[in-house]
Ligand binder design. Structure first.
Ligand SMILES: Cc1cc2nc3c(=O)[nH]c(=O)nc-3n(C[C@H](O)[C@H](O)[C@H](O)COP(=O)(O)OP(=O)(O)OC[C@H]3O[C@@H](n4cnc5c(N)ncnc54)[C@H](O)[C@@H]3O)c2cc1C
Length: 627
């Protein structure tokens, strides 16, 4: 076995991940931990300042309810999420996040985030729930608060340590193991409670950007399904694993469209089919009641565009020039004011990208594209797993203590594995939390985990023999490379191992072709899912033959294995749910209709690490009384 030092870290609370929900968890947990003399440890595979989905910055906070100004109520938010997810949401969790999210946003402002204000000092809304921000340094600001809180409570932060597996004592999570992506160090974290906040997953499906563009995707490439893998391996019940997210974004550089649709009121059209939201309106009847709700659910908006694309009526375009002209038209009587407004709109259009997706600005520049002169192509991206956004996949967590919810087994946001909590993309069926809601949910989980430790926390019982076995398994790819890489003239072609890139391409091919990726127009069926699972079983066999030439590739190997777990949970859940509920995200061609009678329920699943078997379950939907 590779000769790596084993570093044992003892802590009370372990936070795995360093993104928005982890920073929320750290800030809140450290506050309570300090009072109780407990230690909080946070582990991120990257550097906290620029890690996770918000690494590059954002131009809007997408969840703000506006309770203090009477703009909306928490109940309004529940109704919005319920409709957007076609009836499938954990309303207790959505409620809990929504009632806390405003205070989180106010903290962001206190910590230095610039939120746009109008002349009356009110926040500038991009849409009903969204606030415009100067967000290039959004993550840096939120990370700083988390770092300060942990430092003040005497905790520890580990950066560039990749978490692989949970440590279990029966059904209880007692820590995690991982490795440094820079040094020859294998880490064993022993903890009384653990929070899984390692984001969602990208590159499970083959991306549109292949070859020279490989790596480019809407979802930043850093998150590989570590939260899902961790909670699944812990034996925790998972939910909504079939609910992937496919955003429609500016094509090829994946630039955001929110400001165009919401702020600039732009239309999207297909080149020869016209305004598909108008032309295809009748299709929405087939998906009622959700199809008739305003705003129309994101998947249905996607679907109407996809119907045009399928018929060869594309490309799809965002009518940027028309939108800018419409806004500036209010100033047309005054040429000077008109010119000034046009300039202002042009700079806002570019800044929207520079705040969060710089590559889109580069692509516009490279293609000589001026948004005020010419429309710009949009397209449905490949599928992603991001339960905090418009997807819903994640762990099945306990509801808030003060609500009469049927989903309660103790501590808020604890999974069905004792002592293991989840938040953000890590927890399921509570979509539309976005950056602010993920932070708020992290705070909820952080406080709840400390409460659990205070009331039930015992010294973790970690079996070090098991840890040694895990260490050997996790470092094996380095050994395989060391042993066999000189046997062939091209070290990437070798009968004794498979390199991470080859493995990834194989997984992506299976998912693309069988599980409803881009190539199959997001369509799948029972037969396709079953064949996909057969091929995945062979891929899983080969995972034991993964080789890594260095630290970086070792991380790639384990990212791949984590993606496979997410992929399998996804395919099994699609197979189990015998209907099509989210056209525009995926379409079960053999069950093309929504079946509320049999399938208005959650699909949950649970993996047994000992037998390798999956259990699939239906769970009832609880609707918030009076909402
Ligand atoms: C392209 C895009 C645009 C978005 N736009 C907006 C927007 O405009 N407004 C808005 O409010 N929200 C937006 N969101 C949503 C927001 O970014 C997410 O809701 C939020 O980041 C989720 O928080 P999280 O903590 O679950 O995950 P993340 O913030 O992604 O954090 C995951 C963390 O886990 C770490 N990690 C991953 N794997 C491991 C591992 N194995 N070991 C250790 N650490 C690990 C990562 O390094 C990272 O620190 C957007 C998301 C995306 C992807």
């Amino acid at each position: 076995m590779a000769n790596w030092e084993t570093v044992v870290v003892n802590t009370d609370l372990l936070i795995c991940g360093g993104g928005f929900s982890a920073c929320g968890a750290a800030t809140e947990a450290a506050y309570w931990a300090k009072k109780k003399g407990l230690k909080v440890t946070l582990v991120d595979k990257a550097a906290l300042d620029r890690s996770g989905a918000v690494a590059m910055g954002l131009s809007a906070i997408n969840q703000y309810v506006g309770i203090r100004d009477g703009e909306n109520t928490v109940e309004d938010y529940i109704r919005y999420v319920r409709s957007d997810l076609m009836g499938i949401s954990r309303e207790d969790l959505v409620y809990n996040i929504a009632r806390h999210v405003d205070s989180t946003v106010h903290l962001f402002e206190k910590w230095g985030l610039k939120i746009w204000k109008d002349e009356k000092g009110k926040y500038v809304h991009e849409g009903r729930w969204q606030l415009m921000i100067n967000g290039e340094s959004y993550k840096v600001i939120i990370a700083e608060a988390a770092k300060n809180a942990i430092a003040a409570a005497g905790g520890e932060i580990f950066e560039r340590v990749f978490i692989v597996d949970p440590l279990m004592d029966g059904n209880k999570c007692v820590g995690a193991v991982g490795f440094s992506t820079r040094e020859n160090k294998f880490y064993v974290f022993k903890a009384k409670a653990v929070i899984a906040t390692m984001g969602g997953a990208v590159h499970v499906f083959r991306p549109r950007s292949v070859g020279e563009g490989f790596g480019r995707s809407w979802y930043p490439p850093f998150n590989s399904g570590s939260s899902a893998y961790f909670t699944i391996k812990a034996g925790a019940e998972m939910t909504c694993q079939e609910v992937r997210f496919i955003p429609v974004r500016f094509k090829d550089a994946y630039g955001p469209v929110g400001a165009w649709f919401l702020l600039f009121k732009s239309r999207a059209v297909s080149a020869t089919g016209g305004d598909y939201m108008v032309v295809r309106k009748a299709e929405l009847e087939n998906w009622k009641p959700y199809g008739l709700v305003k705003p129309i659910p994101a998947n249905l908006r996607n679907y109407l565009g996809m119907l045009d694309t399928e018929l060869g009526l594309g490309p799809l375009y965002m009518e940027t020039d028309e939108a800018i002209k419409n806004i500036a038209a209010q100033y047309k009587e005054d040429p000077k004011a008109f010119k000034k407004k046009m300039k202002e709109l042009e700079s806002e259009a570019w800044e929207d990208f520079l705040d969060m997706t710089i590559s889109q600005a580069i692509l516009w520049a490279a293609q000589n594209l001026k948004p005020e002169e010419k429309h710009s192509e949009i397209a449905a991206c490949e599928p992603y797993f991001i339960g905090s956004h418009s997807g819903a996949s994640g762990a099945w967590v306990s509801g808030p203590e003060d609500l009469p919810t049927p989903y309660k087994w103790g501590y808020a946001n604890m999974t069905t594995a004792e002592g293991l909590f989840a938040a953000g993309d890590g927890s399921g069926a509570s979509s539309h939390k976005f950056s602010s809601g993920s932070h708020a949910e992290g705070r909820i989980a952080g406080k709840s985990a400390i409460k659990y430790i205070v009331e039930k926390g015992k010294a973790p019982n970690v079996n070090m023999d098991e840890v040694e076995k895990l260490k050997a398994k996790i470092l094996l790819p380095l050994d395989l490379w060391e042993k066999h890489s000189k046997e062939t003239t091209d070290p990437e072609i070798n009968t004794n191992y498979i390199v991470p890139r080859q493995f990834l391409h194989r997984l992506q091919k299976i998912m693309d072709e069988y599980a409803g990726g881009v190539i199959s127009g997001f369509k799948t069926s029972k037969a396709l899912c079953e064949r996909g699972l057969e091929l995945m079983a062979m891929l899983k066999e080969d995972s034991a033959k993964s080789a890594a030439r260095d630290h970086h590739e070792l991380m790639r190997v384990w990212e791949n294995n984590q993606r496979v777990m997410q992929a399998e949970a996804h395919v099994r859940s699609i197979l189990f749910r015998e209907e099509t509920r989210w056209p525009g995200y995926y379409f079960r061609a053999d069950k093309p209709k929504m079946d509320d009678k049999n399938w208005k329920c959650f699909v949950n699943c649970q993996y047994d690490s000992k037998t390798g078997q999956w259990k699939m379950m239906k769970k009832d939907i609880w609707t918030m009384p009076g909402v």
